[in-house]
Design a protein around this ligand. Structure first.
Ligand SMILES: Nc1ncnc2c1ncn2[C@@H]1O[C@H](COP(=O)(O)OP(=O)(O)OP(=O)(O)O)[C@@H](O)[C@H]1O
Length: 261
């Protein structure tokens, strides 16, 4: 299997503002961040703090207002196959089958034979063997997200950007998908950046958890998660990290019953 990892992602003084009818919205302030090759980085923050904007800038779907983002030393100036993206909705083409949806993600110029083998490889990777000819409406929400992960990985990107990918799934499927993504990350060593509202998910998966502050969005804190995987959500160390992150939002004194933000 070809290497997917090996490129350093760097954000230097990155900011983004949007001009709307009523004025200028400064979505992101000065973001400085380094993501090492093969790292799993989680990002949490209050609604509207700019998490999706940050991912879209890295994906090249938006342009920075100031600052620079580079991958492997090359400045990011638009979308490219070295960065794959997964969104909250699977965004599959309903008239195409699973294998056709994944093949649709292949870079232009991929030969028919290569396409066939790379699609089969990724169907197996996301655990969908046997569903190649199924249409999206014949799949569960979790299976649809597996297809969208396969489609995003099919060009062997250096970085996979996951924007609240399990937000629309039920709690049990969500946990299953977290385990799946962990397995894929461990086997493929792709750098992954996950935006989530679920603090447990961020800790379960991330090497580090970036906690963003709002208006404009900046990095408030970066919490390292130095726990062996697979992580036990009820272990003392896990709970301590959860409290620490939760404290960033609501103050350390409150002890919440739910940990989503
Ligand atoms: N295309 C756009 N035009 C104008 N304003 C935008 C645009 N995209 C984002 N914004 C604004 O930028 C800010 C950050 O939005 P963003 O979607 O990145 O936040 P978020 O942290 O991902 O939110 P949520 O967790 O609710 O999805 C918000 O104030 C939003 O209104």
């Amino acid at each position: 299997m070809a290497e997917r990892h090996g490129q350093h992602l760097s954000l230097r003084r990155v900011g983004k503002s949007f001009t709307i009818d009523t004025g200028v919205v400064q979505a992101l302030g000065d973001i400085n961040l380094d993501v090492r090759p093969g790292e799993f980085l989680s990002i949490v923050g209050a609604s509207g703090c700019g998490k999706s904007t940050l991912l879209r800038l890295i994906g090249g779907l938006e342009e920075t207002s100031h600052g620079e983002i580079s991958l492997g030393g090359e400045r990011i100036a638009g979308p490219k196959v070295d960065r794959g993206m997964v969104f909250q909705e699977a965004r599959l083409l309903p008239w195409l089958t699973v294998d056709e949806n994944i093949a649709f993600g292949c870079r232009k110029g991929t030969g028919a034979e290569e396409k066939k083998s790379v699609v089969a490889e990724h169907i197996a990777l996301v655990g969908l063997a046997g569903f190649e000819r199924a249409y999206p409406h014949q799949l569960s929400g979790g299976m649809q997200q597996r297809v969208s992960i396969a489609r995003a990985l099919v060009n062997r990107p250096k970085v996979l950007l996951l924007d609240e990918p399990f937000g629309a799934l039920d709690a049990l499927t969500r946990i299953q998908m977290q385990q799946e993504v962990l397995r894929i990350w461990e086997s493929e060593k792709t750098t992954m950046i996950l935006v989530t509202h679920d603090i447990d998910e961020a800790i379960f998966l991330g090497d580090r958890v970036v906690v963003m502050t709002s208006r404009p969005g900046t990095i408030g804190r970066i919490v390292p998660v130095e726990l062996p995987r697979p992580r036990d959500r009820s272990s003392f160390d896990f709970v301590q990290i959860r409290k620490e992150i939760y404290g960033e939002f609501f103050g350390a004194v409150q002890q919440p019953f739910a940990y989503a933000i």
